[in-house]
Design a protein around this ligand. Sequence first.
Ligand code: FAD
Length: 364
Amino acid sequence: MVNVIVVVGAGVSGLTSALLLSRSKANTVTVVAKHMPGDYDIEYASPWAGANVMPMATEENSRWERRTWPELKRLTEEVPEAGIHFQKGRALRRLKDEGAPGNSTDPLFAANPWYRSMLPDYRELDRDEVAAGYDSGCEFTSVCINTAIYLAWLVGQCAKNGVVFKRAVLSDIGDAKTLSHTGQPAGIIVNATALGSAKLGGVRDEALAPIRAQVVVVRNECEPMVATSGTDDGAAELTYIMQRAAGGGTILGGTYDVGNWESTPDPNVALRIMKRATQVAPGLTGGRGIDGLSVVRHAVGLRPYRQGGVRLEEESLDGETSVVHNYGHAGWGYQGSYGCAERVVELDSSKTREPTASMAAMIT
Ligand code: FAD
């Protein structure tokens, strides 16, 4: 007896869930989505992401990031075709940002952060290593993902395990029940529709909101990655820099604008992003300032924020079919992807006749 599973959504959350589920021979998995890797759309967050690991969770909520790091590290070391490379990362702190409103990434900037035991080579920076305008900082080894390569790689890994992909726009989560490629009704639907769940029938989650992220992608190279605790340009603006693996360009960020759905890049914001990036990392342009940047594109993505945190739980659809929700990852969807998908497998296993292998066994 196979477990018929339909995953709705082909961003990093849906694809990672499908990958882990498809590792069990007891499962037959179909992925159904409006957007697939290769598409660039304001309704599809995953392609726009940097994407790196800069822990954002508080220690008590760090399970998803803790469980994801070992797998991203393993992929970086052993699977070059996944499009991930190691980069040093620096978190630069200003005293005036401590407790500042809108500083939603503050656990990254804690003086003695929980992640110092997770990310290799963690150390406090010496005073003369801290960029001008900042009071302190730390450095660690992290990774940066080329999302164009990585999302496609996930599709390939799923396909190798027998996952079938279909395009469809659902108006109700229950519609997924009839969309398995097997023709049989799905016993489990995984809802990984991110901001789509704000309007999706059967879900309509009013706690969802976009956090607008405007970025500039440049050809210039930069190591280490940098994130700063704040800027002087308002609570909705951030400074971060990361170089994607395998020629994916360097991402200059950005903004963190809660509730803003605007999809068009704002040229004034872009100018400020480029100025701040070249100030904090003059080496980006060899000291030539913003004139030395070679722009690939200006872009906007929407982080799928959910007030109260990610929704990772199972509910009954109609007594026969269960829905396992995995959405609302805001700005940490990649760095929490394996931990959350592991939980999806656990929730699925509790609903299926033949329990799948333990989560730990699946990602180690
Ligand atoms: P999405 O990628 O939005 O996918 C949703 C899927 O559901 C899509 O396939 C969509 O078509 C489908 N869907 C929705 N509604 C329907 C429907 N009705 N019918 C059918 N299909 C539907 N995270 C990190 O971990 N590290 C970073 O460095 C990082 N940087 C970021 C930088 C930017 C600029 C942005 C925008 C985000 C960043 N993030 C980062 C956050 C990360 O990108 C998101 O958390 C993650 O991509 C969310 O993935 P998802 O699969 O849940 O959603």
